[in-house]
Design a protein around this ligand. Structure first.
Ligand code: ADP
Ligand code: MG
Length: 207
């Protein structure tokens, strides 16, 4: 199953995964973004746009009046099917949460330090689904960089309970792993802050 980010987010949001408020706009009329709180993020979507920031399809820190210009710039460079405009989450610790279906082991939950550094850090933990809350806490504690979550260098601790809740929503009993139609997916990043988590990117992994 392949779908655009906003479609994956709609499914996940209905299942209890927190995602930013956003609207989909298919032309250059951004009036519908009026209901969103600035700062805003503009993301172009289209058949060839997978790693959006690599190709300049994500613009952060926009005000409403910046949208049309930023969108026109993307349209000039990229093959765009439409735009997602969403509220920009506050900065925090970026995590990856993924669900992969191993042909031998079955559904496996993955989490780790995410964002643009996921590949470089290779700091992830895996568990077979369904996981327990204790498993979720152990996965987080097992990360080499776990001190970032629990507060370090003057930064406040993140809301670990909210991270655990998200891991349970995906990988716990009755979680999203049971929904075969969702296939394999990846939330990267999930931004964890002192008062909650939010999945600001979501995509299906190609079958
Ligand atoms: P991609 O992974 O396809 O390049 P993302 O949707 O992950 O694109 O956006 C790139 C980066 O922009 C993210 O890793 C995150 O740091 C930031 N970002 C994206 N959407 C938001 C948002 N709604 N709020 C805050 N930051 C965001
Ligand atoms: Mg991403």
């Amino acid at each position: 199953m392949s779908a655009y980010e906003h479609e994956v987010k709609a499914l996940l949001s209905a299942a209890g995964v927190p995602v930013p408020r956003g609207v989909v706009v298919d032309d250059l009329d951004f009036g519908r973004a009026g209901e969103l709180t600035e700062p805003l993020v503009l993301k172009a979507f289209g058949p060839g746009l997978v790693h959006k920031s690599d190709v300049g399809a994500v613009a952060l820190g926009l005000s409403r009046k910046d949208l049309a210009g930023a969108a026109a710039g993307m349209r000039a460079r990229l093959e765009v099917a439409g735009f997602l405009v969403e509220e920009q989450a506050e900065a925090g610790v970026e995590l990856i949460v993924g669900l992969v279906r191993d042909p031998g082991f079955g559904p496996v939950l993955l989490t780790g330090l995410g964002g643009v550094w996921t590949e470089a850090l290779r700091d992830t933990a895996l568990r077979l689904c369904p996981i327990s809350e204790e498993d979720a806490r152990r996965m987080l504690a097992s990360l080499r960089g776990s001190s970032i979550l629990y507060g370090s260098r003057g930064a406040p601790p993140v809301d670990v309970d909210a991270v655990v809740k998200l891991l349970m929503t995906v990988g716990g009993p009755g979680g999203l792993w049971e929904r075969l139609e969702l296939g394999e997916f990846e939330l990267n990043p999930v931004i964890a802050g002192p008062s909650g988590v939010i999945a600001v990117d979501a995509r299906h992994l190609p079958a």
